[in-house]
Design a protein around this ligand. Sequence first.
Ligand SMILES: Nc1ncnc2c1ncn2[C@@H]1O[C@H](COP(=O)(O)OP(=O)(O)OP(=O)(O)O)[C@@H](O)[C@H]1O
Length: 613
Amino acid sequence: MGRLAAPWRRTGGARGTRDFLTVFRVAWRADPWHVTQALACAIVAAGNPAVQVWLMAALTRSFIEAATGRSDLRGVFTALAMMAAAGLIAQLLSMVQTRAMQRCQSQLTAHLSGRIVDRAIRLTLVQAEDHQVQDALQRATREVGFRPGMLLQQMVQLVGQVSGFAAVGVVLFSLDYRVALLAMVAPLPTLVAQILAGRRGYALEHARSADRRRLAYWQQLASQPEPLKELIALRLGPLVAGRHSAVLARVVREDQALAGRNFRQGVPLAVVAAVLTFVAQVVAVLVTVGTAGIVNMFAVIQGIVALQSNVQQILSSLSNAYLNQLYLRSVMGFLALPEAGVTEGTLAFPSRLERGVELREVTFTYPGTELPAVRDLSVTLRPGETTAIVGLNGAGKSTLAKLIGRLYEPTAGEILVDGKPIHAFTIDSLRDRVAFVFQDYVRYQFTVADNIELGAEGAEGAEGAAVPRPAVRRVAEAVGMAAYIDALPQGYHTQLGKVFEGGVDLSGGQWQRLAVARGLIREASVRVMDEPTAAIDVVTEASLLDVLTEAAPGRVNVLIGHRFSSVSRAERILVLSEGRLVEDGSHDELMRMDGVYADMYKTHVLAPDPAVP
Ligand SMILES: Nc1ncnc2c1ncn2[C@@H]1O[C@H](COP(=O)(O)OP(=O)(O)OP(=O)(O)O)[C@@H](O)[C@H]1O
């Protein structure tokens, strides 16, 4: 998966600048008026320090004239009033800027968050299962909430600060260029310290992604009702808390070490900065004392202070922007994750199959593993019949199911649909025509109707629909849930699950029946059901199996199961062992063969699964 990780490992100024500009471009496109407003306010308000230097000179002059009896105090009061007015205007501008920035920032965050979700839903299953991709997604999701917004704010501030710097610089240079130069150089050591600290902080956070995910996982275990139930029952609380705090202790140790290094490096650089500032002020006094008199000296000293604080603000914004830009790479890196390059053709996946799905010497090895999960498997799944797949745990049944539905691509061999390579069909039409009931189905915290309707092709959910479609009722009846749903407080519009307010929770078997209903509602030509009745009681299972194994002309039915009550009904049974197809035939044929299947069947019948209700 090194190829996938490449984009966010790339470093360098060009990339940083590009990310910087991307943020600005996105904000500008989203809301040009408020970006302009924020920039204009920042530039105008930036003139304030220069105005204050100028007013200070006027104030000193008026004060000396009043003190020496050459005029009254009106000039002093006027200068003070102007200083207050300039300060107030700067303050008001900053408030307008803040308001404009907040609007821009929230639009920027919303836009980039949306793009992260868009990219995440286009991941292939192999990518989504890759821990590096999971780390990257987690980093991007964490950073997108505030980094781009902060970066935008720092960019606007920088524009204002640079304008202010130019204004004060002009005033100071006009007074004495040596003082101006010294005042500008003095804060540079502080910048160096900030940048080094920022880089170290980023490197640490980056290396810590896996730990962050572990922490989030432990926290989730301790806070979600499902795992919490097992934690309480098995008294696993101390174990979870122990592992959580062990990771946290490591995080704290690393943070402390980082703070120590930053401090040790920051102190000498701060001393150098202070010495340079002192030298600048001494030079200011020396050059003004003999030539320009007290008025200019005050102005120069204030100019130095203003310029220094300005330069410091610029440096601080630059180093913060640099740091935020480093973190922003997590967001941009995830967005730039290469598309997996899934090849697809232009053909529409058939709504009725004639020759079925043929696997030719298909092998599949999970990335990062040595042994293939499916090996050299050749078989044709015929339409109009149900093919059951059996085998021990880890035999490769679920992997095979995912290969048939093109959730994985074979490492070797090929899959043909009605004689054409599976990649000759468009992915969208394939997804629309292949229905899945997963072993680890999702308990959608939506309404009952949505939980079923989501299975329909091109589903948009039933949200807002006054009454569920007849198809929803039909499949609810098929899975034996119709009467139960009608008795719910809001029928098909009842919110399910514990996550949202007012949700009604279902039993494990009822959730699975809804998952099966999702598989049934789709007009599929391939239906793949991975242990669809594992949590369903035997009475319901019997009637449900009639529906699941119902042969439909033109449809390939694949049923994975451990219960022989279900698999023995299939017209054809494939037996997998360590990824290989070891037996193939009807129940009677396989029993006569007296091989692996017959052994499993006899064991199952003689010692029935205790989990079966
Ligand atoms: N995402 C994955 N990444 C790496 N290896 C995997 C992954 N999923 C499954 N495997 C491995 O592939 C092999 C086949 O797994 P698979 O889930 O297909 O078995 P199965 O026959 O469906 O098992 P079960 O009856 O337990 O559901 C196993 O050795 C498993 O460890």
